[in-house]
Structure formats: structure tokens, C-alpha cells
Design a protein around this ligand. Structure first.
Ligand code: PLP
Length: 393
């Protein structure tokens, strides 16, 4: 056999393993020091009660002959798709049920969607970026071009008409920067994609953190998006499903290439390569979209947002430039005293035992920046800002 040699073009040291290694070494050498982790974007609050109850009763159903279920529809049960359809409707977006595909999370579908596109497409990726977009395309041997996200454009790059791209990744609210596109800015991307016969892969994994009604939570709030954009969303951050695994992908029927409808292609792909998300998990996900579920998850989201405010207020007090944290769980800060991202990482770990994520791990424009997350416990967040305050002061 011959291997896919494109895998040799991806770096084998994953950002978070390097961080874990450094932290473990520090912990072994300093067993008396308490380390506070504000690095990895994983949630810490448990699942909501209404979700746990739904998971339990669905498990009971599976143990009874009359209610047992085997293979379900590959694209998800209607009971969950109907709930997601209503969720979109509340934001003024009308979707057909067969445009919604239930997945085991956004990461899988962000990679799997590439099955639909030819290898010779040019991929446009903002820098800095969630590493999955780059790695999945590198594995497939596609040409990637980067568009600079930096302080000059508020980390929200706009299309450059002289650049020709076929597949465009956008993530808003953004990981790692927390920056959020407004409607006019997204419209510029939608127009560019439609004019260039390109597709936008829109990652809305953090839409639930948006509180400003004027900011778009879905790309379909933008006129023209249904002919060029596929949207990926996840219950991971919305409802603490990082370990439970459920998300959804929207492929509008009006995206075509010649006379080929992408929605049909994706259905064909999914029915061939995917056998659906477990019934029990889909019942848990359904509960998230009930009135009670929305109320309970909002309490958790508010908790994380308050953590973000606590961190942001301390950075402001010490005049540390930062964005994000408002409609996002991520705070993106400029490392003080022109330190590099890894220098600042070591500086924080050694002096105040706070772990964050070096911005350079997300791309060259991330150099000199640093990401903190608000997903920690309140106690740890308060302890972290106390240490920062004393140290920086
Ligand atoms: N998209 C972005 C931007 C993310 O940051 C993450 C996870 O951190 C994902 C997608 C993956 O989400 P999921 O847990 O649904 O696979």
C-alpha cells in the first residue's frame, strides 16, 4: 500500500499536547503550587437537569421491547430537527427540515464536508484560526491561502476581490480571538462567495454567546447566504455537550454547482459513511431546545460570560489590550512588553501558575497574542485574576 503523504505536511505536535507537556513538567517540579487552567476551550459546568432527565428516560426506553430503537435516520430524528428548525425561526431564519443534518459535533462535519469538494479547490483561511480547518485541508492536499486577521482589521478580515478562492472558512464568534462579524461584514463575504461561485463554511459553534440582537447568530440572517453557505453548529459550548457529542450542519438546497445540489450530495455522503447520532443523545439534545432547557443553559452561559467579564475587567485595569469575552468565551490579549506568545505562556506559568493558550499556535498572526478562556470555575477565575492583579500591580 501507499500512504497519503499529505499527512507528512501536518505538524505532529498538537498545540494542546505541547501545553500539557510543559504544564506537567512544571507541576512535577513544583508539587506545592496550584495551577489554574484557562487554556483549553472545554466547559466545566455539568449538563442541565432537563437534559440529564431526558437522557435517563431515553435510556429506559432503550431497555424496553416496545420502545427500543435500532438504527435511526442517518440525518437525525425529526423530533430534534423540528426543535432546531424552531430555534432558527426565532432568529428569523426559515429552514426546511431536510436542510438540517444532526451530527456528533461540529469538528467531524467540518472535516467530513470536504468529501464534497474537488482536490484542486483553493481554500481561504483567516489567520489566526481554529487549527482543524487547516489540518483537514492539508490532509487532503488542498492549496491553502491565508487572509490576515490582525489588530488593524479588528481581527475581522474582509474579502480581497483580487484573491480567487473556492472554499472559505469563517468562524464568528471567532475561536481564538472572540471577534464577531456584524451583518454588513458578513454580507461582504456572502457577496464575494456568490460572485466567485465559492462556498462559505460558516462555523457558528459559539453563536449562543452573542447577546447583541444586531449581531448575526447565523449566516442565513444575511441575504444571499442560502446560495453559498453551509453552517456548522454544536451543542458543545451551548449546552456542555463536549463529552456528550451532538451538533448539526445546515446545507441549504439552493447551493448548487452546475445542476448538482450540494444538499443531495451531503445526504448521499452521510447515508453512506455515517449511521447517525445515538437516539439517547438526540433526546438529550432535544431537551436543550425546550423552554426549560433554554432557561437552564442560559444560566450556564451567563456564568461563563460573568467569568469573561471578571478577566476582562482585570486586564483593562492594567491596560492590557484585548478583545473578545463579550459575545464569546475567549479573551484575546496582546502579550505585555512585546513578549512572544510562548514567552508569555512561560511567564504566567512560572510566576502566577496560570495556563493559557499561546496565540502563535493558531497561526503566524497570533504571535505576540494570548488566549484565555472563561470556561473555568468561578472560584478559579477569581483566584486567577487575584494573582494577575497582584503580580501585574
Ligand atoms: N468549531 C470551533 C471554532 C471550535 O472551537 C470547536 C471546539 O472547540 C469546534 C468547532 C468543535 O466542536 P464540537 O465539540 O462540536 O466538535
Amino acid at each position: 500500500m501507499n500512504i497519503n503523504t499529505n499527512y507528512q505536511n501536518i505538524s505532529d505536535s498538537y498545540l494542546f499536547s505541547t501545553i500539557a507537556k510543559k504544564v506537567n513538567e512544571f507541576a512535577a517540579a513544583n508539587p506545592d503550587k496550584k495551577i489554574i487552567r484557562l487554556g483549553i476551550g472545554d466547559v466545566t459546568l455539568p449538563l442541565c437537569k432537563v437534559v440529564v432527565n431526558a437522557l435517563k428516560s431515553a435510556s429506559d426506553e432503550m431497555g424496553v421491547q416496545e420502545t427500543f430503537r435500532g438504527y435511526g435516520p442517518e440525518q437525525g430524528y425529526d423530533f430534534l430537527k423540528t426543535k432546531i428548525q424552531s430555534y432558527y425561526k426565532n432568529n428569523g431564519v426559515q429552514l426546511d427540515l431536510d436542510e438540517i443534518f444532526i451530527s456528533d459535533g461540529a469538528k467531524s462535519d467540518l472535516g467530513n464536508i470536504l468529501d464534497l469538494f474537488a482536490q484542486d479547490n483553493t481554500v481561504l483561511v483567516p489567520d489566526p484560526v481554529y487549527p482543524v480547518y487547516v489540518d483537514t485541508n492539508t490532509m487532503a492536499g488542498r492549496k491553502i491561502i491565508y487572509i490576515d486577521a490582525n489588530a488593524e482589521n479588528d481581527f475581522l478580515p474582509l474579502p480581497d476581490k483580487s484573491v480567487k478562492a473556492d472554499i472559505i472558512y469563517l468562524c464568528s464568534p471567532n475561536n481564538p480571538t472572540g471577534a464577531v462579524y456584524n451583518k454588513e461584514q458578513l454580507k461582504a463575504w456572502v457577496d464575494y462567495a456568490n460572485e466567485n461561485n465559492a462556498v462559505i463554511l460558516f462555523d457558528s459553534a459559539y453563536e449562543c454567546f452573542i447577546t447583541d440582537e444586531n449581531l448575526p447568530r447565523s449566516i442565513y440572517e444575511i441575504e444571499g447566504a442560502k446560495t453559498c453557505a453551509i453552517e456548522f453548529c454544536s451543542l458543545s459550548k451551548m449546552a456542555g455537550f463536549t463529552g456528550t457529542r451532538c451538533g448539526y450542519t445546515v446545507v441549504p438546497k439552493s447551493i448548487t454547482s452546475g445542476d448538482v445540489v450540494l444538499n443531495k450530495m451531503w445526504l448521499r455522503r452521510q447515508t453512506t459513511k455515517f449511521n447517525g447520532v445515538p437516539y439517547i443523545i438526540q433526546r438529550g439534545a432535544e431537551a436543550v431546545f425546550t423552554e426549560e432547557g433554554q432557561k437552564e443553559i442560559q444560566e450556564n452561559l451567563n456564568y461563563y460570560k460573568e467569568n469573561a467579564k471578571i478577566i476582562s475587567d482585570t486586564l483593562k485595569k492594567h491596560n492590557i489590550w484585548h478583545i473578545g469575552g463579550k459575545h464569546s468565551p475567549y479573551i484575546w490579549l496582546k502579550c505585555p512588553n512585546n513578549m512572544t506568545s510562548w514567552e508569555f505562556f512561560d511567564y504566567l506559568l512560572n510566576n502566577v501558575q496560570i495556563v493559557g493558550t499561546p496565540g502563535s499556535g493558531f497561526g503566524k498572526n497570533g504571535e505576540g497574542y494570548f488566549r484565555l478562556t472563561s470556561f473555568g470555575s468561578r472560584e478559579n477565575t477569581l483566584e486567577a485574576v487575584k494573582r494577575l492583579d497582584e503580580f501585574l500591580g
